[in-house]
Design a protein around this ligand. Sequence first.
Ligand code: PEP
Ligand code: MG
Length: 762
Amino acid sequence: MDTQTPPATPRSAGAAARDILRRLHEVMASRARAQAKLNKVVRIIAKSLSSEVCSIYLLRDGVLELYATKGLAQEAVHVTRLAVGEGLVGQIAANREPLNLDEAAEHPDFAYKPETGEDLFHSFAGVPIIRQESAVGVLAVQHVEPRQYQDIEIEALQTVAMVLAELISAAGLIDASTMTAVRSHQGPLRLEGLKLVKGVGQGRAVFHQPRVVIEHTVSDDIEGEKQRIVKAFKTMREQIDRMMGKAEFAAPGDHDDILETYKMFAYDEGWSRRITEAIESGLTAEAGIERVAQKTRARLRKADDPFFAERLHDLDDLSNRLLRIVSGQVGTAAQMGIGRDTILLARNLGPAELLEYDRRFLKGVVLEEGSLTAHVIIIARAMGIPVLGQVKDIRAQIAEGDPLLLDVTRGVVFVRPPETVVEQFEEQVALRDRRQAEYAKLRDKPAVTLDGTPIQLFMNAGLRADIPSLEASGADGIGLFRTEFQFLVSATLPRRERQTSLYQDVLEAAGDKPVTFRTVDIGGDKTVPYVDSHAREENPAMGYRALRLALGRKGLMKVQARALLEASAGRTLRIMFPMVSEPWEFAEAKSIVLEQLAAQMARGKELPTELKFGAMLEVPALAEMLDVFLPQIDFLSIGTNDLVQFLFAADRSNPALAERFDWLSPAVLRFMKRVVDAADDAAKPVTVCGEMGGRPVAAMALLALGYRRLSITPAGIGPVKAMVRSLDLEALSKAMDGWLRTGMPIRPKLRQWAERYSVKLG
Ligand code: PEP
Ligand code: MG
């Protein structure tokens, strides 16, 4: 670092922040006019941070205007203006992220403003000034010498920016028109997002959190503020403990594991200490919480490990709770009560927060964040509430009470829709309702083709929340129970008793219907911090996961085997191993279960009446060994999600490849045909349990190849059954043989066939 201005040491930067806050407090309390206050503020900050330039830009009529500066040309004040997104200052406001540059002019977004005289200055650091989640301005410092600002200096700037937000708001410099300009769109809008839980909903926009507006950011009474935090933590811990005991949560459920995570954070000393440190720098309790939460959110934006990101969301969720407690401001929309037909809007939601809503009134959820594997999404799916995620800048585009149409099936939300869109939407909903009613009528009808071939339709599951779908869908049983889901929603390794209790509940609900438990498929992209898989992998899907990890961590496998044996006492236990690549892996896994069986017997415990061992065929190599392998197993299940990714060498989670390869390509279907023929020859039952089987067209192809058992998502059972009952299977099988020989694309052929012979494809 080549600089004449000595960089602030961590201690001096921390002291500088305290010094600035104290002096800003004095300015705020003074009777000076707003402009005079800002002029004073830039001088204080520049001096305290030994900065040659300090400038404040504020949003006026949608444009960032230089409002006060120390160090840039004074003629530029109220003259230099930048659009949001223009130049470095515009970028900071647009992204709501700090910038820290030792050579500002080299940044691709640098916009030279000659009237400011800023060409003298090389280094630049700026942070957004945020009010109610929107950037209403930017605070920037500059130096002649190129230098990188230290993290602690950027943090000091962020703390100051919080205080500035209060000052400019109190000075009337952020008026309603500014906030309206921020929320620039008032007409109809169509916003796209990520389909997290499919479905449709219509209702009025309700923000989950009427934002806690922090009225005061600076305080002299450090001890008093610390006391307020201690009290607030106590209240929050009591609330969480109560929530764990609440009737809704009292029955063991998936949310149990999630609430454990909340509890862990609520009692985390590190978190309360960081807030206390922020208070010691001169902030109020509210501002201290918010300051630490801002840091969490910044880490969240950068986190690429989904498990870690999920935990940070939980922490953010708790920060908001703490803020509400300490400020005494109104609770969430759930606590105030929502009206009929509500579409809930939030940056993100904690699972426990979602569960606080009256599900009869909640028609959908729109999130700025959210990912498919998030806990809240797992819960929403179980509650049947459609969720659209990753919708950008909700607060800027939607106002409380706006009418919304949510169509997650198409991945959109219509804001303030015109009448024509509403009519179209209502027609679609009516059509879907009619279809659903048709599927519901099929619930108790057999899945038999027109020419009399019975097909078994099982469902895939993984959580307690999935259990009711067994009854509702009329599935023949559970063909794939993904046991790792319990591990994924849990902050700590689920103990044996917890595992046993889940498996028992599933078996109990299934009654006479079979349930196939798959041993944990963790590792790879489904990592959990308490199970030590190998270091970061280049290709996690092909890495140390599933049975590979389980055979390396036999303790895990033994505990799960015992839990499964205990849960299945007096009934059949069907157990299968994921990602078997070579027959010896199956043999070794089976022997672990048998050892546990012997141990259970020695303990005098009741045993399962029957044990069936299966393997998942997901790795193509295993298909070459079927002649020797099939005699060793009781059943085979094909995981087409993984199989297809390995056949095409195409990452199943890479969106760029999502449309590139078709699972109905002749290569996949020829492969699948060989497998089903081999299984039939060996008289071993074979099921397809990947996503493919849940789509009517693909299911049609599988039946034509010879498959008679599919395990699919519960929502797929109705549509697939409708297809089965309208299909002449023998004729299609003959046609399929011909198509496979030509090597032509099969999907169009199937569609034409369905059209011609009125096969119902939904
Ligand atoms: C599959 O790979 O098709 C499968 C069913 O397993 P999962 O999707 O859980 O990997
Ligand atoms: Mg798989």
